[in-house]
Design a protein around this ligand. Structure first.
Ligand code: PCP
Length: 398
């Protein structure tokens, strides 16, 4: 047992010092470093982070976690070029290239990959949910599915991927926004529906939208009409978090709720849906739902299977089997959207399809350990959403 194992820590999480000093690295990286030092070898290398395949049927993914990667590389004698956070990328495209003495960063590989793999998967799932929602708000509701120590990271990744808001206080503080929250079933179970709705309306700050939970004890359409009658124009929305045992055709239930509210003049009351919602459910429920709370489908998104590989040693292209040797760049044509990968030393200048001058998607973010300022999460999110507009609809809607 490591003599540094902290026996008094309640939660089994690494500290920032653990991450920066390689304590969360796979031990074999330290062992390899020992051998290299004993051999007196610390060559200048180029290492690339890329994935050879994407999860599920994802044609593209969104890179996230770069800000933490840059923080980790800060102060190290390395240069790093990367796709900006929120960029869309395809399999095989390097999203990050690190150049420097191997022993400056080699032992950080575990952390570097971990910071990108999970956050990029979450950001991609959020982006796809947002695309599926076709302009409707999508909120991150899944912090409860993961270890609380990483809740801020999870919800930040969901936000930069496109979610309109987050549910945890810590993530909202990190993002500089107000947390999204309606009411938990526990309050309704304890107080009963009417007292819970009235209490929420009486107690909550006026800035907090009044969203009544209507799936706890009775049929959603009955409870929705009751909430609208009780809260009147204070009611912004009703939330259906209908349990699986009662769910059946949730679209049909939403249609009834909408009909019965409109019939009685409550046309302004929005329908907010949560519980087991994923991108497919969103597409199906769009005709009646106005907003979504998505939990597990985003926070437990598949990780992107990034790998970090040395592709150049002392200026010579070299890599293991299954990888392509040599430092590369990813170019994109601003004119026709064409993109490709070329050797850094044989940079593509013009688009092979339309001839327009191309630009590199890998920007310099670290120069000899000095990190370029990172855009705010809001700015990143806006850029992500703008990039999504140019992508073919992954749900093949007409
Ligand atoms: C959950 C809570 C979360 C939703 C569902 C996320 O309901 O409302 O926001 O669900 P998902 O992970 O399947 O997308 P409950 O567990 O009933 O929580 P509560 O009683 O606190 O509303």
């Amino acid at each position: 047992m490591s003599d540094r194992r902290r026996t008094d820590d309640a939660f089994h999480v690494a500290t920032e010092v653990d991450i920066r000093t390689g304590r969360v690295a796979d031990a074999y990286f330290g062992r390899g470093a020992q051998v290299l030092r004993d051999e007196g070898k610390n060559p200048q290398v180029v290492a690339e982070i890329r994935t050879s395949s994407l999860p599920r049927d994802w044609p593209w993914a969104v890179v996230a976690g770069l800000d933490e990667v840059l923080a980790l590389l800060s102060g190290r004698d390395v240069d790093a070029a990367a796709m900006g956070e929120g960029s869309l990328f395809f399999a095989e495209e390097p999203v990050l290239t690190i150049t420097g003495p191997y022993l400056e960063f080699g032992e950080l590989e575990t952390a570097l990959l971990g910071l990108l793999c999970q956050a990029s998967g979450i950001a991609t799932a959020a982006a796809r949910a947002k695309l599926a929602a076709d302009g409707r708000p999508v909120y991150s509701f899944g912090a409860r599915r993961m270890h609380p120590a990483i809740a801020p990271m999870i919800e930040r990744a969901a936000f930069v991927g496109g979610c309109d808001g987050v549910a945890t206080i810590a993530a909202a503080d990190l993002l500089g926004i107000q947390p999204i929250g309606t009411m938990a079933h526990a309050v309704v179970v304890i107080l009963g529906e009417e007292r819970a709705w009235r209490g929420f309306d009486r107690v909550m700050d006026k800035k907090v939208p009044r969203v009544a939970l209507v799936d706890t004890f009775q049929d959603e359409r009955t409870a929705a009409v009751a909430a609208a009658r009780i809260l009147g124009e204070h009611l912004a929305a009703v939330r259906l978090d209908t349990p699986a045992s009662r769910r059946g055709d949730l679209g049909a239930i939403l249609r009834e709720v909408r009909w019965e509210l409109d019939l009685r003049g409550f046309t302004e009351v929005r329908l907010f849906v949560s519980g087991g919602i994923d991108e497919r459910a969103i597409v199906e429920l769009n005709p009646f739902a106005d907003a979504y709370g998505v939990g597990t489908a985003i926070s437990n998104a598949p990780v992107i299977d990034f790998a970090m590989d040395v592709v150049e040693v002392d200026g010579q292209p070299r890599s293991k089997r299954g990888k392509l040797s040599g430092r590369k760049l990813v170019w994109v044509c601003p004119e026709c959207g064409n993109r490709g990968i070329s050797l850094w030393t044989k940079r593509a200048e013009h688009c092979p399809r339309c001839g327009h001058r191309v630009r590199s998607l890998l920007e310099r973010w670290v120069s000899q350990g000095r990190v370029k300022a990172h855009p705010s999460p809001r700015t990143i999110r806006e850029r992500t959403l703008a990039r999504l507009q140019g992508m073919p609809d992954p749900f093949e809607r007409t």
